[in-house]
Design a protein around this ligand. Structure first.
Ligand SMILES: Cc1cc2nc3c(=O)[nH]c(=O)nc-3n(C[C@H](O)[C@H](O)[C@H](O)COP(=O)(O)O)c2cc1C
Length: 156
């Protein structure tokens, strides 16, 4: 198996998870903007952060290029795990990578900065993920990192 982790991360939450995935896979991790030619890899783990209920735009573009690859998807979000705002973003990622073989998925909360919380709170209506966002403080934590490693192990 030749694997690589490609991730997008604005405030490092997804980067932390990406590094754990890479450690578990025994491979390198790269930001999506530096992904380059991935034709030599059969397995690609793709990490994204949630924006407007979806994978961030750079990840969306990348997810559409993975036809024929084994793909492990992971994301971080302000939303609570298992709630519609978290689930729907992962569904969107799966839809974008529909020509890939999705071998597993994982998502966990990622701390949302104060400025972003304030901006989101000023919106009318407030976004559906905002209510749970204060609980994302301190995430990804050690338990999230252990959980993503277990999810990768199970996917292989
Ligand atoms: C502009 C912006 C939009 C966001 N939109 C959402 C969203 O729609 N749903 C959600 O659950 N979290 C949302 N968040 C929270 C981030 O997805 C979350 O904090 C994530 O862990 C950030 O990852 P990063 O540190 O890798 O950039 C948003 C954050 C920002 C900055």
């Amino acid at each position: 198996m030749s694997a690589i982790v490609i991730y997008s991360s604005k405030s490092n939450n997804t980067k932390k998870v990406a590094e754990a995935v890479a450690e578990q896979l025994g491979c390198e991790s790269k930001p999506v903007k530096e992904a380059g030619d991935i034709s030599g890899y059969d397995t690609v783990a793709v990490g994204f952060w949630y924006q407007a209920g979806q994978p961030d735009p750079a990840s969306q573009e990348f997810l559409a290029t993975l036809a024929g690859k084994k793909v492990f998807l992971f994301g971080t979000h302000g939303a609570a795990v298992g709630t519609p705002p978290a689930e729907n973003g992962m569904l969107k990622a799966k839809e974008l990578a529909k020509d890939a073989d999705i071998i597993g998925t994982f998502s966990c909360p990622g701390e949302v900065g104060e400025k972003v919380l304030k901006m989101a709170a000023a919106k009318d209506p407030q976004p559906p993920w905002l209510a749970a966002a204060p609980d994302a403080k301190g995430h990804p934590d050690a338990a999230d990192i252990a959980a993503v490693k277990a999810a990768v192990k199970a996917a292989l």
